[in-house]
Write a protein that binds this ligand. Structure first.
Ligand code: HEC
Length: 559
């Protein structure tokens, strides 16, 4: 958040009208050069002193393996208010004849070099005698020529990675098609969740500007969790390089290239399920009717898996019968039959009941939740949720109203462990919820924190953050008694539309007791376009979409 504010300020200052001739200052940096790191405070001061005086200061990262995210963090940690630029293959550094990091190149509006060299003459702040860069900028700010001789750069060699294909040689056939097929068409094809197809050149050409924009903004592919904060299975994310290739392809007018170079057509099985046909399909046995209006309804459908042996569920997926009304689905496991007590007419009616504020029995376990946009991920080898013969699956379906009568018949697909998979972690579900949540009316930034104790031996396999329409930001981390902080998940830009369950690449194991700290930020002002109340009013924890939640669903086991 803080970094974001800093960058915003930086951008605003640069954009101010300039009186003096514009001068660009290119800083060559890297996240792994210790000398560059030592210059952090000095650079932060120089940038804040000169950024608003007609200087455009840019931070280039030419080394192999740099990422936009990593560079951004490196700058933010040093409070240097600049947006990083990756210098692919060190092209820009080569043009500037830069071989050492850090080096500075100052140019006038015509591109004439005014200064090329070191920032000052010593890596240790106190020992530096000649502040070359400061002297140069001070002279230029007064409209005087740069007097000082250039300081010899010292530090680390530039170690560039592979260059991008030259401009004009990036084509659909050679480059863009592979990226789009790999990352987009699983959703962007006929019959899938996305509103249009990106299969084939004609579709990609038509959408090329939107493809470049949504990928550069990281709106697509949808993956709301912050990269690098927690490591998850099936992470949907383009590399910085792929984003740059799509951008350059779009800028060149989305050329096709040689048809002969097209990658193989993407193949999709016949299944309409993201993970392929489920091993077990459970379906609400009748078309359920939903009234046209009134408050949201929470229906519970009791389904009976037909099994003679225990099975281990690796993943659950849901096909809502009617996407207009199914807002979310939670699968509870009932091993005692207690859920049946909620059914109004067990003899003649369906095994279903409406109930607000919880399922009306104490579930033995849960298969977790599903919300629109979510793609299921299997738990890692050895982990899963056990369902025993006789257990019932109680499907809680939250229905919203559309203003006309609707029907729905939802299906659940379960993916099971092979019988020879040795199960070492039988997973359970904890609901970390702040039931006392109260968000005052009109407040644009309400920060709420909650902690939940966890014992030693606790192993976290997956987390699913959940808020409603006022939610802006949510993050969760484990803080151990020994003072260690282990990131779980951070969703910096909460969107009600994209609610994912995040399955960790490797489970998070606690060797000592600790607590999970949950932080959430809400915007209950009239300025929040998603605010369901106009004018805003106090919002509390509740089951309606117009209420709020602060919830982290945690899949865990205990040693
Ligand atoms: C997990 C499924 C999924 C994947 C993967 C995905 N999209 Fe989308 N995309 C969607 C959905 C759903 C929408 C509609 C969003 C909405 O209704 O607001 C969408 C919307 C869009 C839009 C319209 C702009 C907008 O904000 O509505 C563009 C452009 C787009 N996607 C491009 C891409 C590109 C390019 C990729 C691959 C790099 C990609 N998408 C990957 C599901 C996906």
């Amino acid at each position: 958040l803080l970094a974001g504010v800093l960058f915003l300020c930086g951008a605003a200052l640069v954009a101010q009208p300039e009186e003096k001739p514009s001068v660009t200052v290119d800083l060559y940096l890297s996240t792994d050069c210790p000398v560059a790191a030592r210059y952090g405070p000095r650079l932060a001061a120089i940038v804040s002193d000169y950024q608003n005086q007609g200087f455009e200061i840019r931070a280039w990262f030419p080394n192999e393996g740099e990422t936009k995210h990593g560079a951004k963090q490196w700058l933010a940690e040093r409070k240097i208010p600049l947006e990083p630029s990756l210098d692919w293959g060190g092209e820009q550094a080569a043009r500037d004849e830069v071989e050492i990091i850090p080096t500075v190149v100052v140019r006038d509006a015509e591109g004439n070099r005014l200064y090329h060299g070191a920032i000052d003459d010593n890596r240790v702040d106190e020992r530096a005698k000649t502040p070359y860069l400061r002297n140069a900028l001070a002279a230029l700010a007064k409209g005087e020529p740069v007097a000082e001789e250039a300081g010899e750069p010292f530090g680390c060699f530039v170690m560039p990675g592979d260059p991008l294909p030259p401009a004009g040689q990036i084509t659909y056939a050679d480059h863009a098609a592979a990226i789009i097929n790999e990352n987009c068409v699983s959703c962007h094809r006929p019959g899938e969740v996305a509103p249009f197809s990106l299969v084939g050149y004609e579709n990609a050409r038509k959408w090329h500007r939107m493809i470049a924009w949504t990928t550069e903004e990281r709106l697509m592919p949808p993956w709301p969790a912050e990269p690098g904060y927690g490591k998850f299975r099936g992470e949907l994310a383009l590399s910085d390089r792929e984003i740059e290739v799509l951008k350059r392809w779009a800028e060149a007018g989305a050329p096709m290239g040689e048809e002969a170079n097209l990658p193989p057509e993407p193949e999709f099985g016949d299944s309409t399920w993201a993970m392929g046909e489920p091993d077990m399909l459970l379906r609400v046995p009748y078309q359920h009717e939903i009234a046209a209006d009134g408050r949201d309804e929470y229906w519970h459908f009791i389904l009976q898996p037909e099994i003679d042996e225990p099975v281990v569920v690796k993943a659950m997926d849901v096909h809502p019968g009617n996407k207009r009304v199914v807002h979310h689905v939670i699968g509870f496991i009932d091993s005692t039959g207690a859920s049946l007590n909620n059914v109004p007419d067990r003899e003649n009616g369906p095994l279903a009941y409406e109930r607000f504020g919880g399922p009306g029995f104490i579930p033995s376990n849960s298969l977790g939740g599903w919300a629109p946009g979510m793609r299921p991920q299997a738990f890692p080898e050895g982990a899963g949720i056990v369902v025993n013969p006789g257990d019932r699956l109680v499907l809680q379906v939250h229905y919203t109203k559309t203003g006309r009568p609707e029907t729905d018949q939802t299906e659940v697909g379960l993916y099971l462990a092979d019988p020879d998979e040795e199960i070492t972690d039988e997973l359970r579900v904890a609901w970390l919820a702040h039931l006392g949540l109260r968000i005052p009316a009109g407040e644009p930034e309400v920060e709420v924190e909650r902690t939940f104790n966890v014992p030693a031996g606790f192993k976290v396999f997956a987390v699913m953050p959940h808020m409603h329409l006022l939610g802006q930001h949510m993050e969760a981390a484990v803080e151990t008694e020994g003072g260690e902080t282990i990131p779980l998940v951070r969703v910096p830009d909460w969107s009600f539309k994209w609610q994912f369950a995040y399955v960790f690449e490797e489970p998070i194991v606690l060797d000592e007791p600790g607590q999970i700290r949950l932080k959430a930020v809400y915007d209950n002002s009239a300025g929040n376009p998603d605010n369901p109340h106009d004018p805003p009013r106090e919002v509390r924890w509740g089951e309606n979409t117009t209420d709020e939640m602060m919830l982290l669903v945690v899949f865990y086991s205990r040693e």
